[in-house]
Write a protein that binds this ligand. Structure first.
Ligand SMILES: Cc1cc2nc3c(=O)[nH]c(=O)nc-3n(C[C@H](O)[C@H](O)[C@H](O)COP(=O)(O)OP(=O)(O)OC[C@H]3O[C@@H](n4cnc5c(N)ncnc54)[C@H](O)[C@@H]3O)c2cc1C
Length: 673
């Protein structure tokens, strides 16, 4: 008798049933295992810390204090240790604290916050350093609300100006010079004022308002076609398709087991519409809309390019469009100033049993000696070893590898482990630093100021100097002012400089309760590293006594007062009681940077694809966060923190890529992203 033919159909059905049950089982197990619970009474504990928050962001590290903190935890290590206390690590730690994780933050500076930190000077002034405004951005608000347990308030800011001003086709109408519009029939909120070659361009809340302003100022039909093409790009970029791809792009960054090659291929395959913009420079994006970047229209459209951290011929269009959309519906500011963000997030970390220290410089990462490099802790200030199962660095991807890994590779890790480490720490060298700024901080006593001299402007001014030979765009402007690519810059302050001016005290709705009769102004201008590098090796205390450095600072102060402060705030000089200068060397001190770069690695089209700019790393137990991992800015750094928290909480796996779960949802809360 002939044997029965094999029943292929049955085999196939059996295999399919097996695969389906296996996947269902895995997905079900994943869903159940990822349910999180919040510590009971977390919110009450957060509220109790509110009177102490200013001192809690400045607890100095000592071995004795650290051991006391451990004792409170019955000698157990912290769940997660963070290198750096910027917004990226604070956001990551606060998100994990909401699931009951006990986090330890180690910050080298004298307070938490990184770019969001503030400083006080005698006489009753508190100055913001690296956060001048936030967007009226619902996703960011939801995230901040989650991270702060709902304790951070954002107030809308901006100067109301008559609609007639931004709708006027000529610039004959005066801009509201520091005074909010009174009696005008209809007003809108101006958050940024762009001044090019003496002409004012108000950026007011609302996409259609921006379009109206641009069309009124550039009335030629040919320009209207270009403006509409630009708004088509904005609409496309902010549309559902691209925004879903943005989420997918960053979700794929989280999936830890993907090889770099496969991650890159999947991102290119699934996120093409988003990557189209990420791969262009800001200037290319303008050309795509037929707008010449050297024309006045091109310069107005890119008027906020300083927020993108790089020249528009280098920055990715992703960040330029992202910045514009972030502020498109207007702008906000934290109640209590930019320092309120680190204070409120730190409260959540402490309330969940965590701890944070300043003056705690991490000098190396600790590894166990195995063929798979495994991070087991950090060394603080060169002497104290701190151990944990999970270590997160928020000091920049390149710097983590260079400062905390590479220099210790030989003595700490076996030869087998060296190769993958070398590969990862060398990669970020392909990048370029973002811009460095020089700061003038001005404190005013306006106690006896008559109302006729008040200046209640609540917006930022971006001022671009006169162009004697005609407009030729920001790239050539920068090359003229700072030299080619920042090198060979001319004598300091020998040429007119672009600058940014803002008053933090006017934006903080409770500043006058804390500091009655006081007003602050901050002026920023770019600073070529060449101008200050001769003093880089002198310790800070000695530098402050160095006569050449002091001469440079005095020259800077005189220039910025004469050419920037007086121009923007003509009625206020007689009320000035405090002036101080911060240089890129100051930024190196308070942000631990190399050349005063204010936004980490520059966000070039190449940056986004560098395989190491991800929350996970080739080193076991070591995670990355902060602006390098996502995008720059408060929103970018905090999103990076949230992404990393998701990767740590176990959402960086293929099951999650299918189910699209995340940390907030696993707590039973409404979704954020
Ligand atoms: C002048 C300026 C203006 C800005 N304006 C705005 C704005 O208006 N709106 C906006 O959204 N964004 C703005 N930004 C950007 C925003 O502040 C940053 O993008 C954001 O704060 C970056 O957060 P981060 O945590 O990634 O990095 P950082 O803030 O740089 O934090 C890194 C932290 O790590 C610490 N650190 C470094 N090395 C070590 C070490 N070895 N051990 C321990 N600690 C270490 C540093 O001291 C720092 O505190 C501005 C930035 C600057 C500088």
């Amino acid at each position: 008798m002939a044997p029965n033919p094999p029943n292929y159909k049955m085999y196939a059905a059996g295999s399919v049933a097996f695969v389906v049950s296996f996947v269902t089982f895995k997905l079900l197990r994943f869903t159940l295992s990822k349910r999180q619970t919040e510590p009971a009474d977390l919110l009450d504990a957060v509220k109790k810390l509110e009177g102490l928050e200013d001192q809690n962001v400045r607890t100095a590290f000592s071995k004795a204090r650290y051991q006391k903190a451990l004792k409170k935890k019955n000698g157990e290590d912290f769940d997660v240790v963070f290198v750096g206390g910027g917004l990226g690590t604070l956001a990551c730690a606060a998100a994990l604290a909401r699931t009951g994780k006990k986090c330890l933050l180690l910050e080298q500076g004298d307070q938490l916050g990184g770019g969001a930190h503030v400083f006080s000077v005698p006489g009753g002034f508190e100055f913001e350093t690296g956060v001048h405004y936030l967007g009226n951005d619902i996703k960011m608000e939801k995230l901040l609300n989650f991270l702060s347990c709902g304790r951070l308030v954002l107030d809308g800011i901006g100067t109301p100006i008559p609609d007639a001003i931004f709708q006027a086709s000529s610039d004959q109408l005066d801009m509201a010079e520091g005074q909010p519009a009174k009696g005008a029939e209809k007003t809108s909120m101006m958050y940024d004022q762009i001044v090019i070659d003496g002409e004012n361009f108000p950026f007011v809340a609302g996409k259609e308002n921006l379009r109206t302003m641009l069309k009124a100022r550039f009335p030629a039909q040919t320009d209207h076609v270009k403006i509409d093409a630009f708004f088509k790009v904005l609409d496309d970029f902010s549309g559902t398709k691209v925004q879903e791809q943005v989420t997918m792009f960053f979700r794929l960054k989280c999936v830890s087991l993907l090889s770099m090659w496969l991650r890159d291929k999947l991102q290119r395959l699934l996120c093409g519409s988003f990557l189209k913009y990420a791969h262009m420079t800001s200037e290319d994006m303008l050309r795509h809309c037929d707008i010449d970047p050297e024309s006045k229209l091109g310069m107005v459209v890119l008027g906020q390019y300083g927020d993108a951290g790089m020249r528009p011929d280098k920055a990715s269009a992703l960040i330029q469009l992202g910045v514009m959309l972030h502020y498109m519906e207007g702008s906000t500011y934290p109640r209590g100033g930019s320092g309120a963000i680190p204070r409120k997030l730190n409260n959540v970390i402490l309330a969940a049993g965590g701890k944070s220290f300043v003056h705690a410089r991490c000098t190396e990462l600790l590894f166990n000696d195995s063929s798979t490099p495994t991070c087991i802790g950090v060394k603080v200030n060169g002497v104290t070893d701190i151990f944990a199962k999970t270590i997160v660095s928020g000091i920049g991807v390149g710097r983590t590898y260079r400062d905390l890994i590479a220099t210790h590779v030989d003595k700490r890790i076996s030869a087998m482990a060296v190769q993958p480490l070398e590969r990862i720490y060398k990669k970020p060298e392909n990048c370029e630093n973002s811009v460095a700024f020089i700061f003038l901080f001005v404190g005013l006593d306006v106690t006896n100021q008559p109302s006729s001299e008040r200046d209640d402007r609540n917006h930022n001014t971006w001022y671009y100097p006169d162009f004697p030979d005609g407009l030729d765009g920001y790239t050539k402007m920068e090359q003229r002012v700072y030299g080619k690519d920042g090198e060979g810059a001319g004598e300091p302050w020998s040429r007119p400089m672009p600058y940014f001016a803002a008053s933090g005290s006017s934006k903080d709705s409770i500043y006058s309760e804390k500091f009655p009769g006081k007003k602050t102004v901050v002026i920023l201008s770019q600073c070529p590293w060449d101008w200050v590098k001769e003093w880089q090796d002198i310790p800070k205390a000695e530098r402050e006594k160095n006569s050449d450095y002091q001469k440079f600072k005095q020259q800077t102060e005189d220039f910025l007062m004469e050419n920037c402060f007086r121009k923007t705030f003509p009625k206020l000089e007689k009320y000035v009681v405090h002036k101080s200068i911060g240089t890129p060397l100051s930024t190196n001190t308070w942000l631990g940077t190399d050349e005063g770069e204010c936004y980490g690695q520059g966000l070039t089209p190449q940056h986004l694809h560098l395989p190491d700019m991800i929350p996970t790393s080739n080193v076991k137990n070591l995670f990355m966060t902060g602006q390098d991992v996502c995008t720059l800015g408060v929103s970018g750094a905090m999103n990076a923190g949230y992404i990393t928290a998701n990767a740590i909480a176990g959402f960086g796996c293929w099951e999650n890529a299918i189910l699209q779960g995340d940390l907030v949802l696993s707590l039973g809360l409404p979704g954020i992203i």
